[in-house]
Unconditional design. Sequence first.
Length: 306
Amino acid sequence: MGTSPPLRSLLFVPGDSERKQTKALASAADLLILDLEDSVASAHLPAAREQVRELLLGNTERSAQQLWVRLNALSSGLLLQDLAAVFPGQPDGIVLPKASSAEEVSEVSHYLSAMEAQAGRPIGSTRLIVIVTETPQALLRLGEYPRASGLTASARERLAGLTWGCEDLSAALGITHKTDRQGSLTFTFQLARSMCVLAAAAVGVQAIDGVFLDYRDLEGLKRDIESARRDGFTGKLAIHPDQIEAINAAFLPAASEIEWARRVVAAFASDPEAGVLSVAGQMVDRPHLVQARRILELVARPRGTP
């Protein structure tokens, strides 16, 4: 948990669209989410499972781009069929939607462990990203995740990140508008977004911002990403390849940030016992050192490895 560099761009791709999959594979997205849930009609699901498995089997070199699969929710009764169909392709990870509790995440992790053991894969090698705000129950039970009685040890170890979404939550609550007249999220969705980033920090995993739906509005996307990064998110879900360039650029530190981070790390390296130091005329302490190391981690380590 928490050993991989943050993934900047995570692109959803319909599991039954070869055209969109080909385009996504040629993109600069750090990670593709091959979708078996919302983007696939139920009648097409069996064919989509086969198509996703074949794509996984045909793309085993993933040093630059990971391949994950979004399954149907545990509550749908379809998850195990999805998992059995795609697991022979050795997905790098699973995106779990509509998870209403840490208990559900632990149950899915148990299934993954069983399949890993059967396939001779290391236990915990299939990572998990969980969408944690799609039901009212999920939002109310987010506090379970960091508790000792919440996630099982195996689920905690394979958890890579938490992300949020508002479409399903909006439908569940009967909300007609997710934004106010100024275009800002209304209170309920601000709460969901904030709870996601808080829970991720408490568990020690990556906080991944939700989708920006209007893929043609690149200026709006840039503003959305700036807000996400400012609030502690380190990556973002995408729905179209045209969004990837802006997302990747925004989640790379600026040259000034990198220089600041190097100076902070060097200062503490020269005086390891210090609690507070002066760097470029500003006082920095241990939390600043943690932040500096995170910035350098973004640029020093290769992406794509699970």
